[in-house]
Design a protein around this ligand. Structure first.
Ligand SMILES: [Zn+2]
Length: 202
């Protein structure tokens, strides 16, 4: 296994957006890559998410789906979260079609949770919680619908990930300055040099 679910993969800042970001380059069909194309990544993501999202959920265990139906439901809510918040980040507002699909799929996921589970929105409760990954992502997404939080959701211009900008004046430009910010800087530098070289030869 060479793929590492490291801090960079959790640049979304909240579970809902991290899940949406398991697809890279969403706005470029030629480069688009779904990390869940290989299903062994599902439990690995769930395990890493419990570590990186401890600030959102406190101590938690996310159960990845095992059966085909559960996997389809997880991918369904992932895509619904992506459509809903990508539209919001583009300042299109929340569209009826996207919001209703999100609520419908989320309602099914919540309905399938075992009775004893605590379905409050993400919080740092003292008791360790256990949730299915899909239901947890839905609850995480619900807590983003509040207008003050919704307006902090942005799209990274480099990798097209969604991220929650917690900076005081909402000035964050990249999902991760150390990765996407630096790549953009390197590209600008390269383009400038190519242009200069071209001028010298003219
Ligand atoms: Zn990025």
């Amino acid at each position: 296994m060479t793929f590492d679910w490291n801090a960079h993969r959790f640049s979304g800042g909240v579970l809902a957006l991290d899940l949406a970001n398991t697809v890279i380059f969403r706005e470029n069909p030629e480069r688009l890559l779904d990390r869940f194309g290989d299903l062994v990544e599902l439990p690995r993501f769930a395990e890493a998410a419990a570590i990186f999202r401890i600030g959102e959920w406190g101590e938690v265990q996310f159960h990845p789906p095992l059966a085909q139906k559960g996997i389809e439901a997880l991918i369904g809510i992932r895509e619904a979260i992506n459509r809903l918040f990508r539209g919001a980040a583009r300042e299109d507002g929340l569209k009826a079609e996207h919001l209703s699909a999100f609520l419908r799929l989320g309602s099914d996921l919540v309905c399938n949770e075992p009775e004893e589970r605590d379905l409050r929105l993400p919080n740092l409760s003292e008791k360790k919680r256990e949730l299915s990954l899909g239901a947890a992502a839905f609850l995480s997404a619900i807590s983003l619908l509040e207008p003050a939080r919704l307006e902090r959701i942005k799209i990274c211009p480099n990798c097209h990930w969604l991220y929650f900008d917690e900076s005081r004046n909402r000035s964050r430009r990249w999902c991760d300055m150390n990765v996407c910010g630096n790549r953009a800087k390197a590209r600008r530098h390269y383009n400038r040099n190519v242009k200069q070289a071209g001028n010298n030869h003219a």
